[in-house]
Design a protein around this ligand. Structure first.
Ligand code: B12
Ligand code: SF4
Length: 472
């Protein structure tokens, strides 16, 4: 039995410049199958790292001859690419079993399986145990009904087995299978940071909040955490075994609490903080309540934090169920600056009541908050979010192409602006924020990471992309 996991050819998300992250989700799945079904042969094809296009994908399928093909989705905007991998597999050999997973396919399992015959199975929700059982059954009995968490077709009908319960002890999972991409580990880079060998670590799954535009809390449930010791083990493994020096802790809900203090102690005790740089995203309220921990985090190499501030308008924050207020945003950014931690914010334009006036106020606000880096996104109704349900009910989705759901393309109009106007305002907001003063200030900043980021973004990509944005 052979499985080919494929990270398909994708366009990078331009906002971060050129970067190459490892396909963590696939590596978690591959490691779990390997640990539980040692007889199964596994390959992970990372098209980004291999600089492989669609011809190479087809070639690899022919050459390797997998029984199962499992592509990675990451986000809704990649859904069509996943289906293309499945089509290629079927073109090469009808008998190859094609499996998709992740949030997008989990939520839309019924429609997808009704519409796309090239896809045989959808693994809904947390993937490890379900995929392992599915692989075992494909190899043996082919009686799928008893596997929780899958959707498939049987005699023309789409069958959904009951949801699978989540893995309670995340420490029981094997380490992500970085060895499957060993030959690429040198290539995984995030040049907009400090161009250090780069890897991802997952410390928890789920979130205790319930933002209306986000599906993570529904998909993963409330937060389950690995132990700090286990997370430090993964940091150390990547640091020593693969030379990774820039680590992204990808969790959705990072808390600056006792757990985090223990993780810092573990990293210090293991003597790996001297050369380490790491990054996470967390909420403004966490930065404020955990401010005592910031110096310690900085000491361990935590040099960059991203926080979603979303809006300048209190009412909109309430509408989003964000659970923070406007003042907290500025407070959090100031705290990061005081601690010499690069501050990156995300903020959204295009909420239902958005108008030219409100966007003008938004721009003034973000200038005043003055994060080191700001990422602006269009309000995007991802399947699985309360916003998606509302948008569907009210017919707001003016652009239904999944490929456009990348938070850069405007999907919905507002009560006062057309979709095209929202789009133009996004570009204008970028140009406004990254005016020449901020760009020059960034390249000369005393913060080393900020300097590196601006130098990279300004000369390698971002300026060009901003010009390109006018044409999009
Ligand atoms: C790392 C990451 C990235 C990396 C991806 C690196 C890579 N190649 O994998 C980068 C930086 C490239 C990225 C980009 C984007 N991302 Co991103 N990203 C994440 C992040 C932080 C972690 C993903 C991860 O590795 N999780 C851990 C693994 C274990 O979970 P997983 O991937 O979901 O996989 C598990 C299950 O879902 C399932 N599964 C998933 N896929 C499959 C496939 C098969 C075959 C099977 C059987 C099972 C299965 O099994 C896995 C194990 O349980 C998530 C947030 C999060 N914490 O999950 C956002 C997230 C996935 N990104 C998101 C978005 C929107 C994007 C962008 C569009 C823009 C943006 N704002 O970042 C771009 C898309 C660019 C592109 N062209 O792909 C959204 C997706 C929402 C949606 N429904 O579309 C998320 C959920 C963030 C959020 N809170 O909204 N991202
Ligand atoms: S946006 Fe962040 S805080 Fe809000 S529900 Fe999603 S993961 Fe949690």
């Amino acid at each position: 039995m052979r499985i080919l996991f494929v990270e398909p050819p994708k366009k990078p998300w331009f906002v971060m410049g050129e970067y190459l992250p490892p396909p963590l989700g696939l590596l978690c799945l591959a490691a779990y199958v390997e640990a539980n079904l040692p007889g199964v042969e596994i390959q992970v094809m990372d098209c980004q790292a291999e600089q492989a296009g669609w011809e190479e994908v087809e070639h690899r399928i022919r050459e390797y001859g997998p029984d199962i093909i499992a592509p990675s989705t990451v986000s809704t905007c990649n859904a069509n690419i996943v289906l293309r991998v499945a089509s290629l597999a079927k073109k090469v050999d009808e008998d190859i079993v094609t499996i998709a997973g992740g949030q997008h396919f989990s939520v839309l399992a019924q429609t997808v399986l009704e519409t796309y015959p090239q896809l045989d199975f959808i693994v809904r929700g947390e993937g490890e145990q379900t995929l392992f059982e599915l692989v075992r059954v494909i190899d043996t009995s082919r009686s799928f009904q008893g596997i929780d968490g899958i959707s498939f077709r049987k005699k023309g009908q789409v069958i959904h087995t009951p949801n699978r319960s989540m893995i309670q002890n995340l420490d029981s999972l094997p380490f992500p299978g970085y060895h499957f991409v060993r030959e690429h580990m040198e290539k995984y880079r995030f040049p907009a940071g400090k161009d250090l060998p780069y890897a991802l670590v997952e410390g928890s799954r789920g979130c205790a909040h319930a933002c209306s535009f986000c599906g993570q809390w529904r998909y993963w449930g409330r937060c389950r955490r690995k132990s700090p010791e286990r997370v430090a083990d993964e940091f150390e493994y990547l640091y020593r075994e693969f030379g990774s020096r820039f680590l992204w802790l990808v969790d959705d809900f990072i808390q600056l609490d006792e757990w985090m203090a223990r993780l810092c102690d573990e990293l210090i005790d293991r003597g790996i903080t001297e050369e380490l740089m790491w990054f996470f995203q967390t909420r403004a309220d966490e930065i404020i309540s955990g401010k005592e921990l910031l110096p310690k985090l900085r000491k361990t190499g935590l040099k960059w934090i991203m926080t979603g501030l979303e809006s300048h308008n209190e009412e909109v924050l309430v509408q989003y169920h964000k659970g923070i207020d406007v003042a907290m945003g500025k407070n959090a950014i100031d705290l990061l600056r005081e601690n010499d931690i690069l501050s990156q914010t995300t903020a959204i334009i295009g909420h239902r009541q958005e108008s030219y006036e409100s966007i003008e106020m938004f721009r003034e606000w973000i200038d005043e908050v003055d994060p080191d880096i700001a990422v602006f996104m269009t309000m995007t109704p991802f399947p699985g979010t309360p916003l998606y349900e509302e948008a569907l009910k009210n017919g707001w989705m003016a652009d239904p192409r999944w490929s456009q759901f990348d938070m850069v393309h405007a999907i919905m109009p507002t009560e006062h602006l057309t979709r095209e106007q929202v789009q133009k305002e996004l570009y204008a907001t970028y140009r406004n924020f990254y005016g020449w003063r901020r760009r020059i200030g960034g390249t000369l900043s005393i913060n080393e990471v900020k300097r590196a980021y601006y130098r990279h973004m300004m000369w390698k990509g971002f300026l060009g992309t901003l010009k390109g944005l006018k044409r999009l």
